[in-house]
Design a protein around this ligand. Structure first.
Ligand SMILES: C[C@@H](C(=O)O)C(=O)SCCNC(=O)CCNC(=O)[C@H](O)C(C)(C)COP(=O)(O)OP(=O)(O)OC[C@H]1O[C@@H](n2cnc3c(N)ncnc32)[C@H](O)[C@@H]1OP(=O)(O)O
Ligand SMILES: [Co+2]
Length: 150
């Protein structure tokens, strides 16, 4: 005998958070001026002024692509989190992806419970003045993932 399963608001608990749009793809570079010039003068993109983020140990230039952004990253200060990556990848390369979430605290709680390492205990304010958190690349198919509150 077949039973029809009914999905009511009672039987399906509402998700505590949801993954949203791709916010940016970050590229670490040993020469920020050269990489910015590549996108602006050779590829003809719209780019931002450099922004120094001492709390994150990086200087960024954003490249606006319309549907998403590129974040060009260069180390700032002596303990930059991207220095090790640039030591291993001398010409630079793809560093992380950033995906928006609608509730970063709920996301962190659930991901931690599922064994995904968050690289800080609390979100920090990121390049867009919104809370961000990074997830360990070894727990995310080899890709460093940044979550940003939408
Ligand atoms: C402003 C903000 C914003 O947009 O709002 C930003 O983006 S700030 C962007 C900069 N900030 C961040 O990246 C913060 C989060 N990142 C970090 O805390 C760090 O970069 C780590 C991800 C923990 C890696 O640190 P570090 O390179 O010193 O550690 P490690 O050499 O021990 O690396 C551990 C393993 O992870 C690998 N690994 C390191 N960086 C990686 C990356 N970007 N993508 C994929 N794998 C990576 C290493 O090769 C190594 O693998 P093997 O053991 O197999 O060799
Ligand atoms: Co980023």
């Amino acid at each position: 005998m077949l039973f029809k399963r009914s999905f009511t608001s009672k039987s399906v608990p509402e998700a505590l958070w949801k993954l949203g749009r791709l916010n940016h793809i970050a590229i670490a570079t040993p020469d920020l001026a050269k990489s910015a010039s590549l996108y602006k003068n050779i590829l003809g993109a719209d780019i931002s002024e450099p922004q120094h983020l001492p709390n994150h140990g990086v200087t960024t230039v954003f490249v606006n692509l319309g549907n998403t952004k590129l974040e060009l990253l260069h180390p700032l200060g002596e303990k930059s989190p991207i220095q090790g990556f640039l030591d291993k990848n001398k010409s630079g390369g793809l560093h992380h992806i950033c995906i928006e979430v609608d509730n970063i605290h709920n996301a962190m709680k659930e991901l931690k419970a599922k064994g995904i390492r968050c690289l800080t205990d609390e979100p920090r304010i990121g390049a867009h003045e919104k809370p961000v958190v990074f997830l360990h690349p070894k727990d995310c198919a080899g890709v460093l993932v940044e979550l940003e509150q939408s």
